[in-house]
Write a protein that binds this ligand. Structure first.
Ligand code: AN7
Length: 392
């Protein structure tokens, strides 16, 4: 196992504290000479320990093993949703956090540190607690969904609020780690070890479908997850477990769409958003730090980035909830909205996997409409039930 710079390709010995190439500043990938992506005994993502870094103590809350649910409300016949909301803290972040926090322990850190739009903070705080570490979280003030903020607080995180968006919060983390190393371990998705944990989603999907799907549609914020999932599918293909590679499609919210805008305009670099705006607060990110990794995933796989509107996201969230029984947060409905937008372009018989990254309870602030009746007495309630029953 080695670290390789994603820009200049220089290689380094594994070092838990190395996140940028000393030569050119590029982010680092974990490269394996040989990787075995098949499961064995073990808890959570550590079932795939043969494809993960060796650690002294495997931290886990039983992450992964999430349901792959076949949908019936789509035009395409074979659409599956990977429900990452079923992870221990309610999002896909747990897969990566199990690995990153185990590495933090090995590295001798006393606390973990993360900037977050919310889910990373919830996951980091919980896994740090599990490992006996403290957690320090940097959040954009007033812009984090209620459920996520509650989780971080419940698990005992110390919270630093900054003005602006997630991008300013991440800047604070990056600046801190330039100045001080050894005490506090950063677990944002520039941390290559975290991405190793997140690649296990691909292993599970291929294991359940019997091969890689044709398309994988992923919501994109900081662009780590789409890169990690692509890496997982490449591992499987290289190991001869699957016969093909999927096409990766990244979906962003229109108001925070640096990568989709780049794709639409045929640019070579993201069209940075200084003031990202979307109701999908999880992906309200204007400067995705993993953009190069994600661009490579999309290019290598023959995919693309697309943007969907907030209205389309809310519509998709409602359809998943009311026609499929699946409750996801807004960012996690973006792939369904993306599929609706792309449906004419994807072959009828394609196998498509939507990655639904987080649970509906994360963000109870999103307004939904339904009929609520008031019943002062038991008789009123019975009468109302009869009325409603006769109409359904
Ligand atoms: C539900 O929690 O960035 O493209 O700080 O919470 O890998 O960043 C969350 C991201 C998609 C985007 N869906 O994943 C954070 C954070 C949900 C998310 C994403 C996030 P990346």
């Amino acid at each position: 196992m080695r670290l390789r710079c994603i820009s200049c390709k220089a290689e380094y010995e594994p070092d838990p504290w190395l996140f940028r190439c000393p030569r050119c500043g590029g982010l680092l990938d974990v490269v394996h000479d040989k990787v075995d992506p098949t499961p064995s005994q073990g808890q959570g993502v550590w079932r795939y320990h043969k494809a993960l870094p060796r650690v002294r103590r495997r931290i886990s809350l039983g992450e992964g093993g999430t349901p792959l649910i076949r949908l019936s409300s789509t035009r395409h016949e074979r659409v599956y949703l990977k429900f990452e909301g079923a992870n221990p803290t309610g999002s896909f972040k747990d897969r990566g956090m199990a690995v990153a926090v185990s590495i933090a322990l090995d590295a001798g850190a006393r606390a973990v540190l993360a900037a977050s739009t919310g889910n990373t903070s919830a996951s980091a705080a919980a896994y740090a607690a599990r490992a006996g570490l403290r957690s320090i979280i940097v959040l954009p003030r007033g812009r984090v969904a209620k459920g996520k903020l509650f989780q971080a607080m419940l698990h005992g995180a110390k919270i630093v609020e900054v003005e602006g968006s997630f991008d300013e919060a991440l800047k604070a983390v990056m600046s801190y780690i330039e100045e001080e190393k050894g005490l506090v371990y950063p677990v944002n998705s520039f941390n290559q070890w975290r991405l190793e944990g997140q690649k296990t989603l691909a292993y599970e999907v291929a294991g359940e479908l019997g091969d890689a799907p044709d398309y994988v549609i992923v919501p994109v914020g900081n662009a780590g997850n789409i890169s990690a999932i692509w890496k997982g599918f490449k591992d499987l293909y290289r190991a001869g477990v699957t016969s093909r590679l999927p096409v990766m499609i990244g979906v962003q919210a229109r108001g925070a769409s640096p990568l989709a805008t780049m794709a639409e305009r045929g640019l070579n670099e993201p069209a940075w958003f200084d003031k990202p705006e979307t109701i999908a607060t999880a992906i309200r990110i204007g400067r995705p730090i993993n953009w190069q990794r994600a661009l490579e995933a999309v290019r290598e796989s023959g995919g693309t980035f697309i943007a969907v509107s907030d209205q389309d996201i809310l519509e998709a969230q409602k359809t998943l909830a009311r026609r499929e029984g699946i409750g996801v947060e807004p960012a996690s409905a973006a792939p369904y909205a993306g599929l609706t937008k792309l449906r004419q372009k994807l072959p009828e018989d394609a196998t498509i996997v939507l990655v639904a990254t987080g649970h509906s309870l994360k963000d109870p602030g999103i307004g939904v409409e339904t009929e609520i009746y008031h019943a002062p007495t038991t008789e009123d309630a019975v009468k109302l039930i009869k009325d409603i029953a006769s109409k359904s």
